[in-house]
Design a protein around this ligand. Structure first.
Ligand SMILES: C[S@@+](CC[C@H](N)C(=O)[O-])C[C@H]1O[C@@H](n2cnc3c(N)ncnc32)[C@H](O)[C@@H]1O
Length: 199
């Protein structure tokens, strides 16, 4: 058979593939809510973890921590330091974050979505200067925003990204301890926060 270079030939196999209809967001949320056991293992793309890390102002003395390391999307991209040892925990490797007691300056991670309240409570207990998390937009609730505010944190970054495993938007949320900022800067940041209270 002679091939006409100007004709578009269908790619057999690819073109025969049945079309899979993607689920609606509401159906996806209902599926997640109906799970008997939460699926908490999602590996963050290196590019997304790097953007989140780069939003944080730090110096060489800062101890960074990824409490939920898994394969290290965050941990292996933390800024190198010759002065301090960065920290990690990962339940699959026998290190439970909720029993961790060391000092940390910066927590930067993608936490298990079914344990967000417990995570925020533990973050507050450890009292780092910066807390940065990647979660679904639906995980950010008024109660959680107010809990952080009450603990003395102000929200200093908010970015949205599209990441397939997350229904709707994935968001990077960063808080800093208000008393670590200079007072004028803290006032300015408070005025520009994304969360403007209950109405
Ligand atoms: C959403 S994944 C994020 C993994 C990794 N940080 C990343 O972004 O690619 C959450 C991780 O938290 C781990 N995890 C769940 N409970 C934990 C706990 N109590 N202590 C430490 N790690 C835990 C899970 O095993 C899982 O690997």
């Amino acid at each position: 058979m002679s091939v006409n270079p100007f004709k578009i030939y269908p790619l057999r196999g690819l073109m025969d593939e049945p079309k899979v209809k993607s689920k609606s967001p509401l159906k996806k949320i209902a599926d997640i809510a109906g799970r008997a056991v939460a699926n908490d293992v999602f590996i963050t793309p290196l590019s997304l973890a790097k953007i989140q890390i780069d939003l944080i102002k730090s110096d060489e003395c800062d101890i960074w921590m990824d409490p939920f390391k898994n394969n290290g999307s965050y941990y292996k991209q933390f800024p190198e330091s010759w002065i301090v040892q960065h920290q990690w925990t990962e339940i699959l490797e026998g290190r439970d974050f909720f029993t961790y007691e060391g000092h940390v300056d910066i927590i930067c991670s993608n936490p298990p979505f079914s344990l967000i309240n417990k995570c925020l409570e533990k973050f507050i207990e450890l009292s780092p200067r910066v807390i940065s998390i990647l979660v679904g937009a639906l995980n950010i609730t008024p109660r959680r925003m107010e809990m952080m505010e009450k603990a003395g944190y102000v929200q200093t970054e908010f970015r949205m990204a599209s990441w397939k495993p997350i229904v709707g938007m994935a968001v990077i949320f960063q808080w800093e301890k208000a008393d670590s900022l200079n007072p004028r800067e803290a006032d300015e940041i408070k005025k520009n926060q994304s969360y403007i209270g209950r109405h």
